[in-house]
Ligand binder design. Sequence first.
Ligand SMILES: Cc1cc2nc3c(=O)[nH]c(=O)nc-3n(C[C@H](O)[C@H](O)[C@H](O)COP(=O)(O)OP(=O)(O)OC[C@H]3O[C@@H](n4cnc5c(N)ncnc54)[C@H](O)[C@@H]3O)c2cc1C
Length: 666
Amino acid sequence: MTEKPKIGVYVCHCGINISATVDVETVADYALKLPNVEVARTYSYMCSDPGQSLIKNDIREHGLNRVIVASCSPRMHEPTFRKAIKEAGINPYYLEMANIREQCSWVHHDIDEGTAKSKKLVAASVAKVRLLEALESKEVDAEPSALVIGAGIAGIQAALDIADAGFKVYLVEKTPSVGGRMAQLDKTFPTLDCSACILTPKMVDCASHPNIELLSYSEVEEIGGYIGNFDIKVRKKARYVDFDKCTGCGDCAAECRVKDRFPSEFDMGMGKRSAVYLPFPQAVPAKYTIDPESCLYLTKGKCGKGPKCAEVCQAGAINFDQVDETVEFRVGAVIVATGFDPFDASRKPEYGYSDYPNVITGMEMERLVSASGPTGGKIKIFNGKEEIEPKEVAFIKCVGSRDESVGNEYCSRVCCMYVAKQAHLLRDKLPDANIRVYYMDVRAFGKGFEEFYDRVRRENVRYIRGNPSEIFKRGDKLVVKVEDTLTATPLEDEVDLVVLGVGLEPRADMRQTMELLRLSQSPDRFFLEAHPKLRPVDTATDGVFLAGCCQGPKDIPDTVAQAKGAASSAMIPLARGKVVISAQVATVDESTCRGCGFCVNICPYTAIELVTVNRFGHEVEVARVNEALCKGCGSCSPGCLSDSIQPKSFRDRQILPQIAALGVFK
Ligand SMILES: Cc1cc2nc3c(=O)[nH]c(=O)nc-3n(C[C@H](O)[C@H](O)[C@H](O)COP(=O)(O)OP(=O)(O)OC[C@H]3O[C@@H](n4cnc5c(N)ncnc54)[C@H](O)[C@@H]3O)c2cc1C
């Protein structure tokens, strides 16, 4: 820089987050003695309005042209302080943050050591800040449309909100119908609303909304581009049924030569479906699909004298020549709402789920208890001799949750309440049955939950504190082996039916979505949000948002609330019609670049390509950065053999003096 650096250093107390372990006044006094530092101050919350005003006033009064804020991680407040210094008239990239909270006060206990380290971090920032260059952010146009992946309640709600606001939405659902897991539920806790009654109107709305293009039985195959301009490729799988001709009458399924031979996914395998099927009567769209893995004609090339479905379809909708189609479009934002998988109970072999038909999961109980389920809502089991109504029923909670042995340390947040709900529904249907719930804790934390739990206990459902160790067979009974830990009594409880309160897990196929969108996972393996408190629906990829159980287990109210949050965040770029692209991106010195392409392979954002340029009369290949795609992560830089690619604000000439100031080269 040509002008003399005039640096202001602002040391934050962060309440006592920093000041309990760092003597902030000493750090400010020290900073004032560093070269080119004109002002050094402390304040209780530098990010607050008075804190920001302090900085702005100093810029104006002292003519500061560089600012250092010694406080929290730049991930937290860099945008806040950039905005503040820009408002005071200096380039927003003339800011450096010394992270004396996460990297100092939070990891040290000794105030002298914390203060000494903070001084070093501030000195390192002073060494760097004067070498920063002025950068200008760019604006690009944003496509006023969104992609929503997954049409459970989260995806449906997000799509409806965006569409109602006037933007086009592409809603992509992998299975033949929208609805997700909520469509399989009977009633919903704690209000006991009928799940279908509250969900189906929304399913119908999303399919008929003029702004929503529903792509069911489809999968996203490619996503390129960046916030405001994502290029999407979707594969519409062949249904072998002409979508426009099918009237949903069901004649094909009724006449299918392999009628009702295959386990119905919707009924958790407890009911059967034909090879041509509608997943459930209220499915949306109400169009039949031929399962290519079960259809005789598609698997064996032969179905009697000819496919019966084609013969009986009055509309002439059956079409075995149909092939997968590719649909391409561009959107400004993406919402991921891909949901969860119920825990696979066979991973707890001690509970005998794979061995005993009368050990079922909570998801199966939802179908069993439902009037639209495989038994018409009757609770009947086969005890080896005859079909009976169970008299003794045990629920076991926390199956696959809070359990290190299966790698799930987290609480699934819905099992306590869905078990209470199912116990209540069983009590209604089996007034004389003995119903007990084995539990570790009861977490009834939501609105109306505690009251519901109390109601269920008053309905003579016994809660027994204990985590069963084993289930085995004795005669025609199942024996639950458990210790009642409140009375220290070992029990061998003989029952007819066991319901495992299985938890929620990340989807087994989530990796594909992760790779498409470059998403990360949190330690519980669900998708990681950008910040757990302040950016709970954002991801590290700008323009990509999360909704529902793909981000972590949650009930329907929380899912809907998060979907609405994701929709409103996604609508910001769509409504503005423009997006700001960060200026802190990698840049290539084309005069030294050898065009080896290492950086192209390294870049996790596919932001670099090789282009041909004319260098001193010769055509040569050099790397070029797409600034809209680049996140400034710096991965490219260490891989560059000729030091030609470096991120702006993190160039060697800027960070080497910073490292030297830390004293690590001594
Ligand atoms: C046994 C049980 C009982 C429950 N009972 C209640 C209750 O009474 N009350 C309550 O509030 N909550 C209850 N819940 C929780 C409730 O089910 C969830 O809150 C809700 O289903 C979450 O919705 P979602 O849209 O996030 O996910 P999901 O319902 O899982 O929907 C995700 C959708 O995305 C689709 N999808 C997945 N991957 C892709 C992809 N790559 N491309 C396109 N589409 C994709 C799926 O096919 C699915 O349609 C219960 C949960 C269980 C397990």
